[in-house]
Ligand binder design. Structure first.
Ligand code: NAD
Ligand code: MLT
Length: 335
């Protein structure tokens, strides 16, 4: 469902609406996953009834969804094919965030349902979280913090590394990758990167040297991934690629679980081939791989990349405004 044109979720029906400026009616929208309250307010101000519910079980969702013309989710609720099958009135699905991997976009397209996301609303928060995790990992901040809270004074145990002078490889030079590059350059890092649709000239504009993946692995002290999870990126960093990296390479994943293969990562941490990992996302969420989570060189957060007041306000506002625009036949937005 990912399109390198960056307008991947513009489905057939959406094209028709945007090209013919054809408006449609939206009587009511179900808002789930604690999307900020301004979302409901904007819909209601525009004559669309909005019901906000923090969480529904799968059974409750299946029972309630047929009553709604629209639904808005963050990431907890999965809008799967069986949900879409029973949602006889559904015209539009809104994702208050970037990734639409919790929505079966193909099933929605088959039913002529519009899927829209807010591709840039949480970019800065995710980029800042990536940089924060990189710093935390390099200086053992969570480990030192815990040890002091537990009453110890372990000054010798947590010898870190400077980021200054190190090479950061960024796989995926899109919105978040670019923001991470410019921020980490201010720490004195050299940034290199790979992206199949961002040309070297564009990467150079933000001081990042574009190179093929095969060249990139051996040059990086740190590798951060900022791609969608698609077949081409699943296990991008895994059994085959860890051995191509510098011994002790540190890795960061604030994109999607599975881009770094967790079994291969654990092995690489145990052998020392990987010197540390900072993880915000997991193959399964909540994660089940406790050996990885508990590893002393792993710094982790429970998918907090977009969890700032600013980002949550932005995505809530944007998704509501985009829905209102869609209803009014204005051009549709999403990526
Ligand atoms: P984006 O679309 O702006 O950038 C993604 C880039 O990845 C694109 O430029 C694309 O060309 C590139 N790409 C695709 N296939 C690739 C491949 N095989 N190798 C290298 N690059 C490839 O997206 P973004 O907004 O920067 O988001 C990046 C990721 O971060 C997404 O997976 C998104 O879901 C995730 N995200 C996570 C959080 C969080 O809370 N942890 C928050 C926001 C976004
Ligand atoms: C996203 O894709 O936007 C992120 O995973 C953040 C989120 O909404 O939790």
């Amino acid at each position: 469902s990912y399109s390198p044109t960056r307008r991947g979720h513009c489905i057939d029906r959406l094209h028709k609406i945007s090209s013919n400026k054809m408006a449609f009616t939206l009587r009511n929208v179900l808002i789930l996953d604690n999307v900020a309250s301004c979302c409901a307010q904007i819909l209601q101000d525009n004559g669309i009834k909005a019901d906000s519910v923090a969480k529904l079980s799968k059974e409750e969702l299946l029972a309630r969804i047929p009553n709604y013309d629209g639904v808005i989710v963050r990431s907890a609720t999965k809008i799967t094919a069986d949900v879409i099958d029973v949602a006889k009135n559904l015209k539009i699905i809104g994702r208050a965030g970037t990734g639409v991997d919790n929505i079966d976009v193909s099933a929605a397209s088959r039913h002529g349902i519009i899927v829209m996301n807010t591709p840039a609303g949480n970019t800065l928060s995710a980029a800042e979280h990536t940089c924060a995790m990189m710093c935390a990992m390099s200086r053992y901040l969570p480990q030192g913090h815990m040890s002091l809270k537990e009453g110890r004074w372990d000054r010798k145990l947590f010898m870190g590394n400077e980021l200054n002078g190190k090479t950061l490889a960024i796989v995926g030079l899109g919105k978040i990758g670019k923001e991470v590059a410019t921020r980490m350059q201010s720490f004195g890092m050299t940034t290199i990167g790979y992206d199949p649709i961002i040309p070297a000239s564009e990467a150079a504009e933000f001081n990042t040297e574009w190179m093929e993946l095969e060249q990139l692995w051996s040059k990086a002290d740190y590798i951060t991934v900022h791609t969608p999870l698609i077949p081409q990126t699943r296990g991008l960093l895994g059994e085959k690629t860890f051995p191509l990296c510098k011994p002790g390479v540190r890795v960061i994943n604030v994109a999607r679980g599975g881009i770094i293969d967790e079994a291969a990562l654990l092995k690489a941490l145990e052998s020392g081939q990987c010197g540390g990992a900072a993880l915000d996302v997991f193959e399964q969420e909540p994660p089940t791989n406790s050996a990885l989570i508990q590893h002393p060189k792993v710094v982790c957060t429970p998918h907090l990349g977009a969890s700032t007041e600013e980002a949550q306000l932005r995505v809530a506002m944007e998704i509501a405004e985009q829905m209102v625009d869609a209803v009014n036949g204005k051009s549709l937005f999403g990526a």
